[in-house]
Design a protein around this ligand. Structure first.
Ligand SMILES: [Zn+2]
Ligand SMILES: [Zn+2]
Length: 292
């Protein structure tokens, strides 16, 4: 049991220490997610200010600071808080004889770097797309996902407004993806992570980017705005589930972009019941019946 406690505490302090070292520039620049995240946020915010899609929208839109705080909460504070628990599980599964490479289907370690990254990016994106579909399909998951859909005015920081339970829901399939690829992230995985953050920020930004013919490959603000639409097509529990890529939505016919004015009402029927403050949102979703 001591080994578990030790692993738990070590992972917790290592994670907290890594974040602190990132803040004081004591880690390689390409692994510095703290300042990297701030830089990407400022760049995308700059695009919103220079080329706004909805011209009337304030630079400090509704819930700007709440969502700004969510960026740091979901990316750092929650990651530190949960790290010990994840390490605990890793040691537990190791004790059962299951390691990160137990399910390895492809040994991509010997492939050229660019193809490792591509496979890693596409596979992880697919697993996240699928998880996102589940978040909309099952009411007990939707309860938590409602926090993300409570955004009423869209801007880049809305990317990170989501309930901390979502981190946990996404984890199993993301881990499965890494395990299928041999149990390790490619060396340059930071490129994939930064690209994913930038695309996710853009998807929520008040800028009109559609990528031309590449829209069948990459998700974009026009497509994702309809994911947040208050009104959904009859009989659907969601549309445009894509994370970084739009490919899955086109493949599985969950794509829906009837127009591109950018002015549609956002949210969902009953969204006025979602609490406005961060602390109340922390515990939202656990109550018994909160449906709509
Ligand atoms: Zn959603
Ligand atoms: Zn979104």
């Amino acid at each position: 049991m001591n080994a578990y406690l030790e692993a738990f505490l070590n992972a917790f302090s290592a994670n907290a220490n890594w974040t602190w070292r990132s803040i004081i520039f004591d880690v390689p620049w390409y692994n510095n997610y703290f300042w990297g995240l701030i830089l990407i946020s400022l760049l995308v915010w700059g695009l919103e200010i220079l080329f706004p899609w909805r011209k009337h929208q304030s630079i400090f839109r509704q819930d700007f600071w709440l969502d700004g705080f969510y960026i740091f909460f979901n990316f750092f504070i929650f990651t530190i808080a949960i790290s010990g628990f994840y390490k605990f599980l890793e040691v537990f599964f190791n004790d059962l004889g299951m390691t990160a490479s137990s399910l390895s289907l492809l040994d991509i370690g010997l492939w050229p770097n660019w193809s490792q990254l591509l496979v890693f990016f596409v596979l992880l994106d697919f697993f996240q797309w699928f998880t996102h579909v589940l978040l909309h399909k099952f009411p007990f998951l939707w309860q938590f996902h409602k926090i993300h859909h409570s955004v009423k005015e869209m801007g880049f920081a809305a990317h990170f407004r989501y309930h901390w339970m979502e981190n946990i829901f996404y984890k199993p399939l993301k881990t499965l993806g890494v395990m299928l690829l041999g149990g390790f992230e490619p060396q340059q995985a930071f490129i994939v992570h930064f690209v994913a953050i930038a695309i996710g920020h853009l998807n929520h930004a008040n800028v009109k980017v559609t990528w031309g013919p590449l829209k069948y490959l990459f998700n974009n603000p026009v497509m994702h705005l309809y994911h947040h639409s208050y009104v959904l097509p009859e009989g659907k529990y969601g549309v445009n589930f894509g994370i970084s890529l739009s490919l899955c939505d086109y493949l599985f016919r969950t794509n829906y972009i009837p127009e591109d004015s950018g002015t549609i009402p956002l949210g969902f029927p009953g969204d006025q019941k979602v609490p406005k403050g961060f602390l109340k949102q922390l515990w939202y979703g656990f109550g018994k019946n909160q449906s709509n």
